[in-house]
Design a protein around this ligand. Structure first.
Ligand code: MLT
Length: 404
Protein backbone atom coordinates (compact mmCIF):
# COMPACT_ATOMS: atom_id res chain seq x y z
CA UNK A 1 0.00 0.00 0.00
CA UNK A 2 1.17 3.51 -0.67
CA UNK A 3 2.41 5.62 2.21
CA UNK A 4 1.62 9.20 3.06
CA UNK A 5 4.17 11.80 4.18
CA UNK A 6 3.59 11.12 7.85
CA UNK A 7 5.43 14.29 8.85
CA UNK A 8 2.03 15.90 8.30
CA UNK A 9 0.62 13.85 11.16
CA UNK A 10 3.04 15.50 13.57
CA UNK A 11 1.72 19.00 12.87
CA UNK A 12 -0.42 20.78 15.46
CA UNK A 13 -4.10 20.69 14.56
CA UNK A 14 -5.11 23.38 12.08
CA UNK A 15 -3.26 26.40 10.73
CA UNK A 16 -3.85 29.27 13.15
CA UNK A 17 -5.67 31.55 10.71
CA UNK A 18 -7.91 28.74 9.40
CA UNK A 19 -8.83 27.80 12.98
CA UNK A 20 -9.70 31.41 13.78
CA UNK A 21 -11.78 31.73 10.61
CA UNK A 22 -13.81 28.66 11.62
CA UNK A 23 -14.39 29.95 15.16
CA UNK A 24 -15.47 33.35 13.86
CA UNK A 25 -17.82 31.83 11.27
CA UNK A 26 -19.45 29.75 13.99
CA UNK A 27 -19.81 32.80 16.27
CA UNK A 28 -21.39 34.83 13.46
CA UNK A 29 -23.83 32.06 12.65
CA UNK A 30 -24.99 32.01 16.26
CA UNK A 31 -24.98 35.81 16.56
CA UNK A 32 -26.13 37.22 13.22
CA UNK A 33 -27.04 40.57 14.79
CA UNK A 34 -23.53 41.30 16.11
CA UNK A 35 -21.11 43.51 14.18
CA UNK A 36 -17.80 41.65 14.33
CA UNK A 37 -14.60 43.66 13.83
CA UNK A 38 -11.74 41.73 12.24
CA UNK A 39 -8.29 42.58 13.56
CA UNK A 40 -7.02 39.00 13.27
CA UNK A 41 -5.31 37.94 10.05
CA UNK A 42 -3.22 40.71 8.52
CA UNK A 43 -5.47 41.25 5.53
CA UNK A 44 -5.72 44.69 3.97
CA UNK A 45 -9.05 46.54 3.76
CA UNK A 46 -8.30 49.40 1.36
CA UNK A 47 -8.92 48.89 -2.37
CA UNK A 48 -6.02 48.79 -4.80
CA UNK A 49 -4.63 52.22 -5.68
CA UNK A 50 -6.16 53.85 -8.79
CA UNK A 51 -2.94 53.77 -10.79
CA UNK A 52 -2.66 50.03 -10.19
CA UNK A 53 -6.30 49.49 -11.17
CA UNK A 54 -5.80 51.49 -14.38
CA UNK A 55 -2.77 49.38 -15.25
CA UNK A 56 -4.70 46.18 -14.55
CA UNK A 57 -7.46 47.33 -16.96
CA UNK A 58 -4.90 48.13 -19.64
CA UNK A 59 -3.23 44.74 -19.20
CA UNK A 60 -6.57 42.92 -19.38
CA UNK A 61 -7.33 44.74 -22.65
CA UNK A 62 -3.95 43.63 -24.03
CA UNK A 63 -4.99 40.04 -23.37
CA UNK A 64 -7.96 40.45 -25.70
CA UNK A 65 -5.90 41.28 -28.85
CA UNK A 66 -3.87 38.82 -30.86
CA UNK A 67 -1.01 41.33 -31.18
CA UNK A 68 -0.63 41.91 -27.46
CA UNK A 69 -1.99 38.71 -25.91
CA UNK A 70 0.44 36.84 -23.60
CA UNK A 71 0.68 33.13 -22.92
CA UNK A 72 3.31 31.66 -20.62
CA UNK A 73 5.59 34.36 -19.36
CA UNK A 74 9.27 34.10 -18.49
CA UNK A 75 9.57 31.65 -15.59
CA UNK A 76 11.38 34.07 -13.26
CA UNK A 77 9.17 37.05 -14.05
CA UNK A 78 8.92 39.64 -16.81
CA UNK A 79 12.02 41.74 -17.28
CA UNK A 80 9.98 44.96 -16.88
CA UNK A 81 8.98 43.95 -13.34
CA UNK A 82 12.33 42.50 -12.27
CA UNK A 83 13.98 45.65 -13.54
CA UNK A 84 11.51 47.89 -11.67
CA UNK A 85 12.17 45.89 -8.48
CA UNK A 86 15.94 46.20 -8.83
CA UNK A 87 15.72 49.95 -9.38
CA UNK A 88 12.90 50.68 -6.92
CA UNK A 89 13.81 48.45 -3.99
CA UNK A 90 17.59 48.07 -4.25
CA UNK A 91 19.49 50.52 -6.47
CA UNK A 92 17.51 53.39 -4.89
CA UNK A 93 19.05 52.34 -1.55
CA UNK A 94 22.53 51.93 -2.95
CA UNK A 95 22.26 48.12 -2.96
CA UNK A 96 23.75 46.27 -5.88
CA UNK A 97 21.29 43.49 -6.79
CA UNK A 98 20.93 42.33 -10.39
CA UNK A 99 17.84 41.27 -12.34
CA UNK A 100 19.14 37.65 -12.45
CA UNK A 101 18.96 37.56 -8.66
CA UNK A 102 15.21 38.35 -8.57
CA UNK A 103 12.61 35.56 -8.82
CA UNK A 104 9.01 36.76 -9.13
CA UNK A 105 6.31 34.56 -7.60
CA UNK A 106 2.67 34.54 -6.57
CA UNK A 107 3.51 35.79 -3.09
CA UNK A 108 5.72 35.47 -0.09
CA UNK A 109 3.64 32.75 1.53
CA UNK A 110 4.56 30.29 -1.24
CA UNK A 111 8.21 31.33 -1.27
CA UNK A 112 8.54 31.21 2.53
CA UNK A 113 7.13 27.69 2.44
CA UNK A 114 9.02 26.46 -0.61
CA UNK A 115 12.50 27.83 -0.03
CA UNK A 116 13.35 25.08 2.48
CA UNK A 117 13.15 22.54 -0.38
CA UNK A 118 16.59 23.46 -1.67
CA UNK A 119 18.19 22.53 1.67
CA UNK A 120 18.97 19.10 3.06
CA UNK A 121 16.54 17.63 5.53
CA UNK A 122 19.47 17.28 7.97
CA UNK A 123 19.74 21.03 8.49
CA UNK A 124 18.71 22.50 11.79
CA UNK A 125 16.52 25.60 11.71
CA UNK A 126 16.46 28.49 14.18
CA UNK A 127 13.38 30.66 14.50
CA UNK A 128 12.36 33.59 16.65
CA UNK A 129 9.77 32.70 19.26
CA UNK A 130 7.07 33.96 18.68
CA UNK A 131 7.21 33.46 14.91
CA UNK A 132 5.10 33.49 11.75
CA UNK A 133 4.03 29.81 11.76
CA UNK A 134 4.69 29.08 8.07
CA UNK A 135 8.47 28.72 8.56
CA UNK A 136 8.18 25.94 11.15
CA UNK A 137 5.15 24.21 9.64
CA UNK A 138 6.75 23.87 6.20
CA UNK A 139 10.00 22.57 7.69
CA UNK A 140 7.92 20.14 9.78
CA UNK A 141 6.19 18.91 6.60
CA UNK A 142 9.64 18.23 5.16
CA UNK A 143 10.66 16.26 8.26
CA UNK A 144 13.25 18.73 9.53
CA UNK A 145 11.85 19.62 12.95
CA UNK A 146 11.68 16.37 14.98
CA UNK A 147 8.60 15.76 17.06
CA UNK A 148 6.00 18.20 18.32
CA UNK A 149 5.19 18.26 22.00
CA UNK A 150 1.52 19.20 22.28
CA UNK A 151 1.94 20.28 25.91
CA UNK A 152 5.00 22.55 25.57
CA UNK A 153 4.06 23.48 21.96
CA UNK A 154 7.70 22.98 20.94
CA UNK A 155 9.40 20.92 18.25
CA UNK A 156 12.28 18.77 19.47
CA UNK A 157 14.72 19.71 16.66
CA UNK A 158 14.09 23.44 16.34
CA UNK A 159 16.27 26.12 17.91
CA UNK A 160 13.96 28.73 19.43
CA UNK A 161 15.19 32.30 19.85
CA UNK A 162 13.00 33.88 22.54
CA UNK A 163 11.86 37.43 21.78
CA UNK A 164 10.31 39.03 24.83
CA UNK A 165 10.17 42.47 26.46
CA UNK A 166 13.21 41.36 28.54
CA UNK A 167 15.41 41.44 25.44
CA UNK A 168 13.40 44.17 23.68
CA UNK A 169 12.26 41.44 21.25
CA UNK A 170 15.80 41.25 19.86
CA UNK A 171 16.80 37.59 19.33
CA UNK A 172 20.10 36.61 20.89
CA UNK A 173 22.66 34.45 19.08
CA UNK A 174 21.90 30.85 20.09
CA UNK A 175 24.26 28.53 21.97
CA UNK A 176 23.41 25.66 19.66
CA UNK A 177 24.56 26.10 16.07
CA UNK A 178 21.79 26.42 13.44
CA UNK A 179 22.15 25.83 9.70
CA UNK A 180 19.15 27.86 8.56
CA UNK A 181 18.07 31.00 10.42
CA UNK A 182 14.68 32.59 9.79
CA UNK A 183 14.39 36.30 10.53
CA UNK A 184 11.24 38.33 9.85
CA UNK A 185 11.85 42.06 10.18
CA UNK A 186 9.91 44.19 10.91
CA UNK A 187 8.59 41.30 12.88
CA UNK A 188 5.35 39.46 12.57
CA UNK A 189 3.84 39.11 15.18
CA UNK A 190 5.61 41.41 17.68
CA UNK A 191 6.01 44.43 15.39
CA UNK A 192 9.62 44.82 16.59
CA UNK A 193 12.69 45.52 14.46
CA UNK A 194 16.47 45.33 14.61
CA UNK A 195 18.77 48.24 13.98
CA UNK A 196 21.28 47.90 11.20
CA UNK A 197 24.03 47.14 13.76
CA UNK A 198 21.92 44.44 15.40
CA UNK A 199 21.18 42.83 12.04
CA UNK A 200 24.85 43.06 11.06
CA UNK A 201 25.65 40.87 14.11
CA UNK A 202 23.37 38.16 12.68
CA UNK A 203 24.93 38.47 9.22
CA UNK A 204 28.45 38.18 10.67
CA UNK A 205 27.36 35.23 12.79
CA UNK A 206 25.79 33.43 9.81
CA UNK A 207 28.94 33.95 7.74
CA UNK A 208 31.11 32.76 10.64
CA UNK A 209 29.20 29.52 11.24
CA UNK A 210 28.32 29.01 7.55
CA UNK A 211 24.58 29.24 8.06
CA UNK A 212 22.03 30.74 5.69
CA UNK A 213 19.54 33.44 6.72
CA UNK A 214 16.04 33.42 5.24
CA UNK A 215 15.06 37.06 5.66
CA UNK A 216 11.35 37.86 5.42
CA UNK A 217 10.99 41.57 4.68
CA UNK A 218 7.22 41.54 4.02
CA UNK A 219 6.62 44.57 6.27
CA UNK A 220 9.55 46.71 5.12
CA UNK A 221 7.23 49.43 3.76
CA UNK A 222 6.01 50.11 7.31
CA UNK A 223 9.38 51.19 8.68
CA UNK A 224 9.13 54.75 9.96
CA UNK A 225 12.29 55.10 12.05
CA UNK A 226 15.84 55.75 10.88
CA UNK A 227 18.60 53.17 11.15
CA UNK A 228 16.20 50.28 10.59
CA UNK A 229 17.33 48.36 7.51
CA UNK A 230 14.79 48.00 4.70
CA UNK A 231 16.73 45.07 3.26
CA UNK A 232 19.23 42.64 4.75
CA UNK A 233 21.49 43.54 1.83
CA UNK A 234 22.19 46.85 3.56
CA UNK A 235 24.48 44.78 5.80
CA UNK A 236 28.00 43.97 4.76
CA UNK A 237 28.63 40.39 3.73
CA UNK A 238 24.92 39.58 3.54
CA UNK A 239 24.99 38.49 -0.09
CA UNK A 240 27.15 35.57 1.01
CA UNK A 241 24.63 34.31 3.55
CA UNK A 242 21.11 35.64 2.99
CA UNK A 243 18.02 35.07 0.87
CA UNK A 244 15.42 37.85 1.03
CA UNK A 245 11.66 37.34 0.62
CA UNK A 246 9.47 40.28 -0.38
CA UNK A 247 5.76 40.74 -0.83
CA UNK A 248 3.42 43.16 -2.57
CA UNK A 249 0.60 42.06 -0.26
CA UNK A 250 1.15 44.41 2.63
CA UNK A 251 3.11 47.15 0.88
CA UNK A 252 0.68 47.63 -2.02
CA UNK A 253 -2.51 45.84 -0.99
CA UNK A 254 -2.00 42.71 -3.15
CA UNK A 255 -3.33 40.09 -0.71
CA UNK A 256 -6.14 39.34 -3.16
CA UNK A 257 -4.14 39.53 -6.39
CA UNK A 258 -0.94 37.74 -5.21
CA UNK A 259 2.57 38.85 -6.09
CA UNK A 260 5.94 38.59 -4.39
CA UNK A 261 9.57 37.91 -5.12
CA UNK A 262 12.64 36.25 -3.70
CA UNK A 263 16.20 37.49 -3.97
CA UNK A 264 18.88 34.82 -4.16
CA UNK A 265 22.25 36.50 -4.67
CA UNK A 266 24.73 34.92 -7.05
CA UNK A 267 27.39 35.19 -4.34
CA UNK A 268 25.39 32.86 -2.10
CA UNK A 269 27.08 29.48 -2.31
CA UNK A 270 27.07 26.29 -0.29
CA UNK A 271 30.60 25.09 -0.96
CA UNK A 272 30.79 25.41 -4.72
CA UNK A 273 27.02 25.10 -5.31
CA UNK A 274 25.14 28.26 -6.27
CA UNK A 275 21.85 28.66 -4.39
CA UNK A 276 20.72 31.02 -7.14
CA UNK A 277 21.07 28.13 -9.62
CA UNK A 278 19.27 25.71 -7.30
CA UNK A 279 16.34 28.05 -6.77
CA UNK A 280 16.23 28.78 -10.51
CA UNK A 281 16.04 25.03 -11.16
CA UNK A 282 13.26 24.58 -8.63
CA UNK A 283 11.32 27.66 -9.73
CA UNK A 284 11.62 26.78 -13.42
CA UNK A 285 10.34 23.26 -12.85
CA UNK A 286 7.53 23.89 -10.40
CA UNK A 287 6.28 27.32 -11.35
CA UNK A 288 5.05 28.83 -14.60
CA UNK A 289 5.25 32.44 -13.59
CA UNK A 290 2.89 34.98 -12.03
CA UNK A 291 0.10 36.19 -14.36
CA UNK A 292 1.10 38.91 -16.81
CA UNK A 293 -1.65 41.27 -15.71
CA UNK A 294 -0.58 41.00 -12.07
CA UNK A 295 3.05 41.61 -12.94
CA UNK A 296 1.98 44.73 -14.83
CA UNK A 297 0.14 45.84 -11.71
CA UNK A 298 3.31 45.11 -9.72
CA UNK A 299 5.38 47.31 -12.00
CA UNK A 300 2.80 50.12 -11.57
CA UNK A 301 3.62 50.11 -7.85
CA UNK A 302 7.03 51.56 -8.75
CA UNK A 303 5.69 54.41 -10.90
CA UNK A 304 5.70 57.89 -9.35
CA UNK A 305 1.89 57.90 -8.99
CA UNK A 306 1.86 54.32 -7.72
CA UNK A 307 4.42 55.10 -5.06
CA UNK A 308 2.50 58.16 -3.87
CA UNK A 309 -0.76 56.23 -3.66
CA UNK A 310 0.62 53.26 -1.77
CA UNK A 311 2.48 55.55 0.63
CA UNK A 312 -0.91 57.02 1.52
CA UNK A 313 -2.26 53.53 2.18
CA UNK A 314 0.68 52.65 4.42
CA UNK A 315 0.11 55.91 6.34
CA UNK A 316 -3.57 55.06 6.66
CA UNK A 317 -2.79 51.71 8.28
CA UNK A 318 -0.06 53.17 10.46
CA UNK A 319 -2.53 55.74 11.74
CA UNK A 320 -4.64 52.76 12.87
CA UNK A 321 -1.54 51.25 14.49
CA UNK A 322 -0.99 54.45 16.49
CA UNK A 323 -4.65 54.46 17.51
CA UNK A 324 -4.48 50.87 18.77
CA UNK A 325 -1.19 51.35 20.60
CA UNK A 326 -2.38 54.53 22.29
CA UNK A 327 -5.80 53.06 23.07
CA UNK A 328 -4.34 49.95 24.72
CA UNK A 329 -1.87 51.97 26.74
CA UNK A 330 -4.58 54.39 27.89
CA UNK A 331 -6.66 51.38 28.93
CA UNK A 332 -3.73 50.36 31.16
CA UNK A 333 -2.22 47.54 29.10
CA UNK A 334 1.35 46.98 27.95
CA UNK A 335 1.58 46.83 24.19
CA UNK A 336 4.46 46.68 21.72
CA UNK A 337 5.10 47.14 18.00
CA UNK A 338 2.91 49.40 15.89
CA UNK A 339 5.70 51.90 15.10
CA UNK A 340 7.58 50.19 12.26
CA UNK A 341 5.02 47.45 11.61
CA UNK A 342 1.26 47.09 11.23
CA UNK A 343 1.01 44.69 14.20
CA UNK A 344 0.46 45.42 17.87
CA UNK A 345 1.57 42.83 20.40
CA UNK A 346 -0.72 43.16 23.38
CA UNK A 347 0.22 41.79 26.81
CA UNK A 348 -2.94 40.26 28.20
CA UNK A 349 -3.84 39.70 31.87
CA UNK A 350 -1.88 36.87 33.54
CA UNK A 351 -4.83 34.73 34.63
CA UNK A 352 -6.09 33.97 31.12
CA UNK A 353 -4.62 32.06 28.17
CA UNK A 354 -4.44 33.72 24.79
CA UNK A 355 -7.11 31.38 23.37
CA UNK A 356 -9.38 32.13 26.35
CA UNK A 357 -8.78 35.80 25.69
CA UNK A 358 -9.66 35.28 22.02
CA UNK A 359 -13.11 33.93 22.99
CA UNK A 360 -13.54 36.56 25.70
CA UNK A 361 -12.88 39.38 23.24
CA UNK A 362 -15.04 37.83 20.53
CA UNK A 363 -17.99 37.30 22.86
CA UNK A 364 -17.77 40.51 24.89
CA UNK A 365 -16.49 43.05 22.35
CA UNK A 366 -17.10 41.18 19.07
CA UNK A 367 -13.49 41.76 18.09
CA UNK A 368 -11.31 39.16 16.39
CA UNK A 369 -7.59 39.10 17.12
CA UNK A 370 -4.93 36.40 17.03
CA UNK A 371 -3.97 34.43 20.16
CA UNK A 372 -0.23 34.75 20.80
CA UNK A 373 0.25 31.03 21.35
CA UNK A 374 -0.50 30.55 17.65
CA UNK A 375 2.95 32.05 17.03
CA UNK A 376 4.88 29.81 19.45
CA UNK A 377 5.39 29.10 23.16
CA UNK A 378 6.63 32.63 23.97
CA UNK A 379 3.44 33.98 22.44
CA UNK A 380 1.38 32.72 25.35
CA UNK A 381 0.21 35.70 27.42
CA UNK A 382 0.01 37.91 24.33
CA UNK A 383 -2.55 38.78 21.68
CA UNK A 384 -1.90 40.25 18.23
CA UNK A 385 -4.03 43.00 16.73
CA UNK A 386 -3.56 44.12 13.15
CA UNK A 387 -3.70 47.71 11.93
CA UNK A 388 -5.09 46.59 8.55
CA UNK A 389 -8.73 47.25 9.51
CA UNK A 390 -10.64 50.31 8.37
CA UNK A 391 -10.12 53.48 10.40
CA UNK A 392 -13.76 53.48 11.52
CA UNK A 393 -13.65 49.87 12.70
CA UNK A 394 -10.34 50.38 14.46
CA UNK A 395 -11.77 53.40 16.28
CA UNK A 396 -14.87 51.42 17.19
CA UNK A 397 -12.74 48.47 18.38
CA UNK A 398 -10.74 50.69 20.70
CA UNK A 399 -13.95 52.15 22.18
CA UNK A 400 -15.20 48.61 22.80
CA UNK A 401 -11.92 47.55 24.43
CA UNK A 402 -12.00 50.63 26.66
CA UNK A 403 -15.43 49.60 27.94
CA UNK A 404 -14.44 46.00 28.74
C1 MLT B 1 -0.64 37.32 9.20
O1 MLT B 1 -1.73 37.74 9.59
O2 MLT B 1 0.25 36.95 9.95
C2 MLT B 1 -0.40 37.24 7.73
O3 MLT B 1 -1.18 38.15 7.08
C3 MLT B 1 -0.74 35.92 7.21
C4 MLT B 1 -0.13 35.71 5.88
O4 MLT B 1 0.51 36.60 5.33
O5 MLT B 1 -0.24 34.58 5.40
Amino acid sequence: MYKINDNYLKLPEGYIFSTIAKQVASFKEKNPDKKVIHLGIGDITQPLAQNIINTLHEAVDEMSHIETFKGYGPEFGYEFLRDAIVKGDYKSRGIDISVEEIFVSDGINSDAGNIQEIFSVDNKIAVCDPVYPVYIDTNAMAGRTGNYNRITKRWSDVIYLPCTPDNDFVPELPKERPDIIYLCLPNNPTGSTLTKEQLQLWVDYANRIEAVIIYDAAYEAYISEDNIPHSIYECEGSKNCAIELKSFSKSAGFTGVRLGYTVVPKALKCGSVSLNALWARRHGTKYNGAPYIIQRAGAAVYSKEGREEIKKQVNYYMNNARLILKGLKLAGYSAYGGVNAPYIWWKIPKNITSWEFFYYLLENANIVGTPGIGFGPQGEGYFRLTAFGTYENTLDAMERIKKL
